[in-house]
Design a protein around this ligand. Structure first.
Ligand SMILES: [Zn+2]
Length: 180
């Protein structure tokens, strides 16, 4: 698939297609070394931008590299990711015209550092975190206000297909949270 990296309106540079892409087409792999969440924590503690992608097993994170990891986020995406037998691919959500930037919804999770979105879409939710994660953060904040517990948030965020995903261990006061 002829893809190029060019300056992007959304963020610094993005990945663009030079030819039309048909809906459903497999566009590019989200490739990179496989590491554990613990390694991701160690490598990227406090990093402002990472290319981590959490697999569905909750135990594996792709440390993304190459074109597949460089797609920008949008709240109104033209691509989606899918995990097939442990590999992650980017697929076209709709027909995409030559010259369009390829974007997908990162659904970030597992961090509380701000990740404001500047995708410019009328559907923009203002953050690259998933709605589910933001709801979880709000619940946790409400809980903190009620108690004197100091719960240190993890300092790393990863992208995910599954917006409800999270690999952190919950404390004993944690409320039940559906992972699936
Ligand atoms: Zn947005």
């Amino acid at each position: 698939m002829p893809l190029v990296v060019r300056p992007s309106r959304i963020h610094a540079v993005g990945v663009f297609t030079t030819t039309p892409i048909r809906k459903g087409a497999r566009v590019v792999e989200y490739a990179g070394p496989r590491i554990t969440p613990e390694e991701a924590d160690r490598l990227y503690d406090g990093a402002p931008r990472t290319y981590l992608y959490g697999l569905e097993d909750g135990k594996t994170v792709i440390d993304g590299e190459g074109l597949g990891a460089y797609l920008n986020h949008s709240c109104d995406p033209n691509c989606e990711v899918d995990e097939i037998k442990g590999r992650v691919w980017i697929f076209a959500l709709r027909n995409i015209a030559a010259g369009e930037e390829l974007v997908w919804d990162y659904n970030l999770y597992d961090d509380e550092e701000p990740a404001p979105c500047h995708c410019g879409s009328p559907k923009c939710r203002g953050t690259m975190y998933s709605r589910e994660w933001m709801a979880r953060v709000r619940r946790r904040e409400a809980r903190r206000k009620k108690s004197s517990d100091v719960e240190k948030p993890p300092r790393r965020h990863a992208r995910s297909k599954n917006p409800a995903q999270g690999w952190e261990k919950e404390g004993r006061n944690a409320e039940p949270y559906p992972l699936r």
